[in-house]
Every structure is written in C-alpha cells, then in structure tokens.
Design a protein around this ligand. Structure first.
Ligand SMILES: O=C([C@@H]1CCCNC1)N1CCCCC1
Length: 326
C-alpha cells in the first residue's frame, strides 16, 4: 500500500501554497486545491505568450484522450481550458500510473501572471471534475484504492513550509485529539457545518457560523456578513469600498477568532487576520476574515487551515473532516 508526504511552500503572504509534482518527465509546482477537482497544468500546448516563467507539462509522455476537453472557471472568474492526457503523476512518492492530466491551451491572466504556480491539483470530489465527454477522477480518487488509508491531510503554516500527506496521519503534526465532523459531498466540496464563534478572549461563543467548505485553494476565511462585522467591530477595522473588503490596523493587536467545530473550539490567531499591508509599508492591513456575500456558504481557506491540522478522510465510507490544533 502507498503513502507519502509532500511539502506545501507558501507564496508571499501565504496567498497560496505550492507543492512539487512530477507528471511524466516534467516537474511542476502545483497549487493543491480542495475546492476544485481538476488537475491542470501549463503545457507545451499553452501559447508561449501565456506561459512565460512557468514550468510546463510536456504532453509527449502522455496518451492523449482523443476528443476529450476541459474548461474551468473559478469563483474569482479566473480560469483555464484545454486537452486531456493520461500520464504518470507522482506526489511525495505516491504514484498514479494513469492520471488524467489536463494540458492548458488557454489560461486567464491571473494564472499567467502568477509565475510561482504551474497549475492546480484538485482535491475536491471528482463529481465536479470538468472533463468531457467522460468525467475524470482527481489524483486522490485515482490512488485511493492503493493507499494504506483512504485519506489525505493538510498541515499549512503561516510563512513557513507545511505539508500534505496521502494515505496516513502524521500524529506528530498536531496536539490533543482529532475532532471529526460529517461531510456533505453533494455539491462536490468538503462541506461541513461550523458552530458558534467568539472574538478575542470573549469566550462566550455566540451565533452559528453554518455551512462551510474547507478550501486549501482559497487564501482567506469567508464568513457570514454579521460575523465579519462583529469581528471588525472588536478589531477596530472597517469596510473599505476602495479595497473591496474589511481592513484593520497592522499593529499586532488584532483579536483571535474562535470557532466551534464538532463541539471543539479552534483558534485563528489575530496575527493571521492582519493578513497583509494594503500597500507595501502601510500600517493598514487587508483583513484575513471577509464576508461570504454572494457565495452562499462559508469558505474556510488558508487563514483558518494554517491554524489546524486537517484530515480529509473517506476511510469510513461516508466522507468526514478531522480537525486538530497544531
Ligand atoms: O472557485 C472556487 C475556489 C477558488 C479558489 C480555489 N478553490 C476553488 N470555488 C470554491 C468556492 C465556491 C465556488 C467555487
């Protein structure tokens, strides 16, 4: 049975985390994304003008799936599209001998401009994979039958390299016990329900955060508008239309955000929520907590995930998420 671990290296401000992946004879840095289900990469089929500074998948090592294509648009309206190959994919020593690899023939500017990332490796449920005419499986679903345990874990860190594991839980990576909650995979996401919250030392959790997805590919923590408002009222922040979200002082006094999941309270340090100066050198920071307006559910992105050890587990049949303090 297979198991393995791979580094998750943070970009500036932990905007995304990139991991080395070997596809055929190509080595690329991919953004592991539990909020989508396509493995796509810059490739020899991507226009040179769109792939400056990127490592590319050389599809000559793959077997083209004739007549297959893919096209994905993300929540921020970025996207990509192209052709499909079956090829060998190795992640941290775990091998998928025939993984659907989606070679990009067109890519939106936000991906072309981010030269740290050579593509995405989707880890949501394969039910939202975009390949047509025959939907393909994610890397995790492809290797799942061969894994020691049908699970993967995520250990992201603030400003430091973290890791993903496949097939095993690294008990040295967390403190205390793991709290498991049921996952509703009906929309293709790792969706769970979060409970009460509190701000700072005020430990009387109140309200209910509600339906949320765990999304390693999203930088921030998107919460109900009322919760975001309550946080920034205590943090001395404000909604800044010009910045397109809440901002707050970078002065190190941002309060923690506490949220109950499965009856256990998890703490997001205030230092994670004073996310980044709005412009270099500014004393005003863009907030790591923002309102989920227009999304319809909460997104527990990297601002939350780097505060915990997370286990994405289908070993029990029904999918579940495990969270532990780190
Ligand atoms: O496009 C996304 C995200 C974008 C960032 C990377 N993860 C996937 N979605 C998740 C939230 C609901 C809408 C779709």
């Amino acid at each position: 049975a297979q198991s393995g671990t791979v580094a998750a290296d943070p970009q500036q401000y932990d905007q995304a985390y990139l991991s080395p992946v070997t596809i055929g004879n190509s080595q690329l840095m991919l953004d592991f994304d539990t909020g989508s289900a396509d493995l796509w990469a810059f490739s020899n089929e991507t226009p040179a003008s769109e792939s400056v500074g990127h490592a590319k998948y050389d599809s000559s090592t793959g077997t083209e799936l004739q007549g297959y294509s893919w096209s994905i648009t993300y929540g921020d309206q970025s996207g990509a599209a192209g052709n499909v190959y079956a090829d060998k994919v190795v992640v941290g020593g775990v091998t998928a001998t025939k993984q659907a690899v989606e070679a990009a023939t067109s890519i939106s500017t936000s991906f072309s401009d981010n030269t740290d990332s050579d593509g995405l490796l989707g880890l949501a449920f394969s039910s939202i994979n975009t390949v047509t005419p025959k939907q393909q499986t994610t890397f995790f679903d492809t290797v799942k039958p061969t894994l020691a345990k049908a699970l993967f874990t995520c250990d992201l860190k603030q400003g430091n390299a973290g890791s993903y594991t496949f097939g095993y839980i690294d008990t040295s990576k967390y403190t205390g016990s793991v709290t498991y909650v049921p996952v509703d995979d009906s929309q293709g996401f790792w969706s769970f329900t979060a409970g009460g919250y509190s701000v700072g030392s005020d430990n009387a959790t109140s309200g209910s955060v509600g339906v949320s997805i765990a999304d390693t590919g999203t930088s921030l923590l998107y919460l109900p508008a009322a919760v975001a408002k309550a946080y920034y009222a205590k943090a001395g922040g404000k909604f800044d239309n010009q910045q397109g979200g809440y901002t707050l002082p970078c002065n190190g006094n941002a309060p923690d955000f506490n949220v109950a999941i499965g009856g256990k309270t998890f703490v997001v340090p205030g230092s994670y929520i004073a996310y980044a100066p709005i412009t270099s050198g500014s004393q005003t920071c863009f907030g790591g907590i923002q309102a989920n307006t227009g999304i319809g559910f909460n997104i527990f992105g990297d601002v939350f995930l780097k505060a915990v050890y997370a286990i994405f587990d289908v070993s029990q049949g029904a999918p579940r998420l495990g969270f532990a303090a780190q």
